[in-house]
Design a protein around this ligand. Structure first.
Ligand SMILES: [Zn+2]
Length: 139
């Protein structure tokens, strides 16, 4: 038997490196080796989640609860169900203003920092909080 016509690419399995005995274009000894090899490649290409992603999701969840709650000290809820805070009272809620999910720019050009469907606008003295249902539309 002329072995040169077999295994022109490699004489060994690309996964386990055992000698191959099949067609010249064979790369693996069996399906297990091929599947494991391909799975390892996909695994190596996968982007892992950010190391802080769990904590950031927790902060966003907490921010959302804070923005939804109407009973924080100092908050005034108007007839439109918008919340009004003095800036210090707003910070006293424990909100982490670093983390939001989107920004809504209104007709006046003001930026509302949104956490899901709840957004706040801040100037130097006060904070207004209200709903932005469209900020959670996926499409
Ligand atoms: Zn193998």
């Amino acid at each position: 038997m002329n072995t040169n016509q077999y295994h022109l690419i490699s004489d060994n399995c690309a996964f386990c490196n055992k000698p191959l005995h099949g067609r010249s274009d064979q790369r693996f000894c069996n399906d297990t080796c091929r599947n494991t090899y391909n799975r390892n490649i996909r695994k190596a290409e996968r982007v892992p989640p950010h190391q802080n992603s769990k904590q950031i999701f927790e902060i966003l969840k907490k921010n959302y609860e804070i923005l939804k709650k109407n009973s924080h000290p100092g908050v005034i809820v108007d007839h439109n169900r918008h919340q009004h805070y003095a800036i210090d009272d707003f910070y006293a809620t424990g909100i982490n203003t670093k983390f939001i999910t989107s920004i809504h720019i209104d007709e006046a050009g003001d930026s509302w920092n949104c956490v899901f469907d709840r957004g706040y606008y801040m100037d130097f003295e006060q904070v207004i909080v209200k709903d932005f249902p469209e900020q959670t539309d996926i499409f």
